[in-house]
Design a protein around this ligand. Structure first.
Ligand code: ZN
Length: 86
């Protein structure tokens, strides 16, 4: 997947711009610091539709899996050692 601009598959007119948005995650009782994940997507400069291609979906999935792993590790640390930040 190259980074050149692609034609929007929805309106077939605009061009897609690849964007990365930082999203703050609120996990309530979880005490992980700096829970901010990157969301990869594209936005059309004509119709404004946000969409994600296969590469971006895969990147987002990996980021979520990594976050899940951090959370599980944090929960395990809390159980084993009391409050402890990763
Ligand atoms: Zn479009």
């Amino acid at each position: 997947m190259n980074q050149s601009l692609l034609i929007c598959p929805i309106c077939l007119d605009g061009r897609l711009e690849n964007l990365i948005e930082k999203i703050q995650i609120d996990l309530g009782s979880i005490t992980l610091d700096n829970i901010e994940i990157e969301s990869h997507f594209s936005i059309c400069d004509t119709c404004g539709c946000e969409q994600a291609n296969a590469t971006q979906i895969s990147q987002n999935k990996n980021i979520m899996l990594e976050l899940k792993h951090r959370i599980l590790q944090e929960q395990a640390n809390n159980i084993l050692y009391g409050k402890h930040t990763v």
